[in-house]
Design a protein around this ligand. Sequence first.
Ligand code: ZN
Ligand code: ZN
Length: 396
Amino acid sequence: MRLRDEAAGIAGEIAELRHAIHREPEIGLDLPKTQAKVLAALDGLPLEISTGQGLSSVTAVLRGGPGPVVLLRGDMDALPVTEETQLPYASAVPGAMHACGHDLHTAMLAGAARLLSTRKAELPGTVIFMFQPGEEGYAGARRMINEGVLDAAGERPVAAYGLHVTSQRLLCGTFSTRPGAMLAAADQITVTVRGRGGHASTPHRAADPIPVACEMVTALQTLVTRKFDVFDPVVITVGSFHAGTTDNVIPDEASFLATARSYSQESRSALAELVPQLIGDIARGHGLTAEAIYSAEYPVTVNDAAEAAFAAETIAAVFGAERGERAEFPLTGAEDFSFVLEQVPGAFVMLGACPPANDPLTAPTNHSAHAVFDDAALADGTALYAELALRRLART
Ligand SMILES: [Zn+2]
Ligand SMILES: [Zn+2]
């Protein structure tokens, strides 16, 4: 039987696991309930299983015959969002929701482990299943790498693949990937402007940090358009800005947080150098001081050209060419699977999971309290994980 049909045959169980994870979402690096569900789903399969030390990860190794190693990754963590979907399996935990669809990734990867386990005898190599906590800002992938996930099979994988569902833009069941940059690098800028507080009626006797911080916010947008190549795009967004308590008091400090997205090492390095310099110069120009901390978070997610082509071929061969899209542009989101792809060539593939009743162009996006991901994507996501591993092992 074809893997795709076998995946369809266990779609009900994959959906059950997904719903169980969805009902009890956990955030960050410590996901004991999710980890227990994954371990239960893998129980009885011929896998070498280990769990994380500093995070509740699960690494499962399926050893077939002699041959190379391939890694498949699914992330497991939820977001600090209170669900408002009214789904029958909606989150039972206020303030936590699988709003990015990682519950689907976990269930699909467990499904793929099950399908490939039945082929252990004829498997021409080894598969590492990487069940990862802490994708949403905790760099869980880097932690798993530090704990040895890339060496779990005794030798480095020749290829690594990750899947990500999207609640909008793509039609349900459509896969999308591209060679080169797939997602942006995401870094954080933390700015504190220090002035001198005083009475709002006599600003000349104080050192007001608020207009200076406002100038920095707009100057950052000018920096983007004047210092960066328009064909190597950069996005800076100030998402948090705080100062003061009331209208007649000048505060001592103003502070803001920004995210910086970029697609090349040149731009990323330039951001890390130019942003703190600009902030400091503006503060000095007004006789104030400022501290700007540029924290490197997630690198650019770069698909290996050959692996992205292989993923696209696999999608076309298994599901038909009409089910695959070559993404014209990278996305401005970021992924910590980028840490894996820095060390192992591979590809990250998006999968449309927008419910057929929703218009993909207007459906609530990933991270929304209203985001809905359709179970219909589960079987094909499971099949693609398994096919990528099987075909990649057979190729070398
Ligand atoms: Zn997300
Ligand atoms: Zn995500």
